[in-house]
Design a protein around this ligand. Structure first.
Ligand code: PMP
Ligand code: GLN
Length: 383
């Protein structure tokens, strides 16, 4: 049975959001905002529904969204894509990841290299695709990979190097040396780079650098993003993948039989969002940075050691100073002890690596200021 090694199991997000609902605790576990995104985007979906945009859209996605993705990649990163051949709309980043791996993996000897901890769907889709997962550890507190360990993980068996930058769950943004080494190794071993950049606009210090912009990367990189995080529409599940036409065609070949097409009225709305002005994009990063600072201060005041993230919705803490020895047990008890839900980092690691993350816990900062303040005051009671 696929996944009998434990790679396919109920997701931690369902478990922890159910715990929050059951206990009435503040949910700083699953990463979703508690406020709506830009009014123009919401209005565009409403108006599409009202105007009869309610049947199957084209398989690749509506041309206007394909163009908007290409325009966005050029506007922010100087990447030039042919919207008709080099972009594909998917059911969120999740489907893009699954379809890309199912398309690229040939057989059980193929390996997929990922940084660990990793977003939980990665191990599951590698298992579904029938490949081997090879992990490179990211260590507390800065969560940058050791380049020797990265080099040791990549070989001629590597079919895909799967990168997530900014990184969930750690909030790390990888340094230029890491990105360069990923490209060099992929070229050397003829691997494809699949890069998950769903937090591309949620970076706090420096502008995001897509791997596809690096010399030598363009011809072997599939870049994935999604509207959920950028436009606070995580429930709409509209994502996209872009890269060289033959790779995108391979992903489309699989995607047709996973979902066929995706939410027609949400696609023009995503196109509207991608074309919003610079103020919007700077605004969401600035707002989230302030929330990160607020949450970080609250967590520190509560007695945690805090790793301040450079991007993403998330902040990772070490709960050992509060006596934790098992992050999963700590998180299961947290609603009772403090009325807050968080996610143990062990949920993002393979079973034989758990000890590295044994006392680390992820909190989400993508909530209203008053919610973060209330969570901080509840957590202060822990010490
Ligand atoms: N990749 C990462 C790193 C994520 O954090 C998430 C979840 N939010 C996804 C992929 C899935 O994105 P989507 O909801 O667009 O499928
Ligand atoms: N990406 C979000 C997180 O990491 C939610 C994921 C999910 O619910 N599958 O928390």
């Amino acid at each position: 049975l696929v996944g009998s090694d434990g790679s396919i199991h109920p997701t931690i997000f369902a478990e922890m959001s159910a715990l929050a609902a059951r206990t009435g605790a503040i949910n700083l576990g699953q990463g979703f905002p508690d406020e709506d995104g830009p009014a123009e985007v919401l209005e565009a979906a409403r108006s599409a529904i009202a105007n009869g945009v309610n049947q199957y859209p084209p398989g690749r996605g509506i041309p206007d969204l394909l163009s908007a993705v290409a325009e966005h990649q050029e506007r922010f990163y100087g990447l030039r894509l042919d919207p008709a051949r080099e972009v594909l709309v998917t059911a969120g980043a999740t489907e893009a990841l699954a379809a890309a791996l199912l398309a690229l993996i040939d057989g059980p000897d193929d390996e997929v290299v990922v940084f660990e901890p990793y977003y939980d769907s990665y191990a599951a889709v590698v298992a579904l695709a029938g490949a081997r997962l090879v992990t490179v550890p990211l260590r507390w507190p800065d969560f940058q990979p050791d380049l020797d360990e990265l080099r040791a993980a990549v070989s001629d068996r590597t079919r895909v190097i799967l990168v997530n930058d900014p990184h969930n769950p750690t909030g790390a943004v990888f340094g230029a040396a890491v990105r360069d080494e990923v490209v060099r190794l992929a070229e050397h071993h003829d691997a494809v780079i699949v890069t998950d950049e769903v937090y591309e606009h949620l970076v706090f210090d420096e502008p995001h650098v897509p791997i596809a912009t690096l010399p030598g990367a363009g011809e072997r990189t599939l870049t994935i993003s999604s509207g959920g995080k950028t436009f606070s529409t995580t429930g709409w599940k509209i994502g996209w993948i872009s890269g060289p036409a033959p790779l995108v065609d391979a992903v489309l070949a699989v995607k047709q039989f996973l979902t066929y097409v995706n939410g027609s009225p949400f696609q023009p709305a995503m196109a509207t969002g991608l074309r919003l002005g610079d103020d919007f994009f700077q605004g969401i990063a600035g707002t989230l940075r302030a929330k990160r600072d607020l949450l970080g201060a609250g967590l520190r005041a509560a007695g945690f050691d805090v790793s301040m993230p450079a991007g993403s919705y998330f902040t990772v803490v070490d709960a050992a100073p509060l006596g934790a020895t098992d992050a999963a047990a700590f998180c299961r008890a947290l609603p009772e002890r403090a009325g807050v839900v968080a996610i143990p980092l062990t949920a993002f690691a393979t079973p034989d690596r758990l000890e590295k993350y044994a006392t680390l816990v992820r909190f989400a900062a993508c909530k209203r200021v008053e919610v973060l303040e209330e969570a901080a005051s509840r957590l202060a009671a822990l010490g």
